[in-house]
Write a protein that binds this ligand. Structure first.
Ligand SMILES: Nc1ncnc2c1ncn2[C@@H]1O[C@H](COP(=O)(O)OP(=O)(O)OP(=O)(O)O)[C@@H](O)[C@H]1O
Length: 175
């Protein structure tokens, strides 16, 4: 199956060495080829749907990995973006960075509201939840004083997954 048609696409982002790593004399150990989607680690080669090399900025990551999903989302498809990697590999930076180098979440939210604004014929309701799961503990990042035990993830009879904060009896479907 062509990579673009696959239901799950895996992209790899190579982050640059951090100043402290460079100071310790660390060296890059991966060779990546954005044109073929291949990375080489020693004598092993891996192929991904997309490779974002060190020089790729946040906008390029968003364009390659998220923008097409958002377009599909507005045509009625569910979409999930999942950042996976060892500690310090750049998940938080890629997903959430809120400075000049905005990550995926602020870019996706801005584009969501832009696309909503462009369409006067449909009324949209946007609900957002922002949840951290760490070692089986939940944290509601929009209401940080909610106790972990009061947050539950539920599935309704249509398979929609939502977060339920019992203390406030609210039900917030995840975007
Ligand atoms: N593409 C990048 N360009 C520049 N700096 C980056 C990049 N990716 C990550 N960093 C920096 O690398 C450090 C580690 O990144 P980050 O905190 O995002 O990792 P993480 O995968 O979320 O780690 P953890 O699982 O421990 O929370 C941070 O200082 C971050 O600013």
């Amino acid at each position: 199956m062509a990579a673009e048609a696959a239901v799950v696409r895996v992209a790899v982002r190579v982050r640059p060495l951090l100043p402290r790593e460079a100071l310790r004399g660390h060296r890059p150990c991966l060779r990546s080829d954005a044109a073929t989607g291949e990375v080489e680690l020693g004598r092993r080669r891996f192929r991904f749907a997309a490779v974002l090399p060190e020089a790729a900025g946040q906008a390029a990551v968003y364009r390659a990995c998220v923008q097409p999903l958002l377009r599909a989302f507005f045509r009625g498809f569910n979409a999930t973006v999942f950042a996976y990697g060892q500690t310090g590999s750049g998940k938080t930076y890629t997903i959430g960075e809120a400075s000049d180098e905005q990550g995926i979440i602020p870019r996706a939210m801005a584009e969501t509201f832009r696309l909503i604004d462009e369409n006067d014929l449909i009324d949209y309701t946007v609900r957002v939840s922002y949840l951290e799961v760490y070692k089986e503990e939940f944290r509601d990042l929009l209401q940080v004083d909610t106790a972990s035990k009061d947050i539950q993830i539920r599935e309704d009879d249509k398979g929609n997954v939502g977060m339920c904060a019992c203390a406030q009896a609210t039900f917030l479907p995840m975007l």
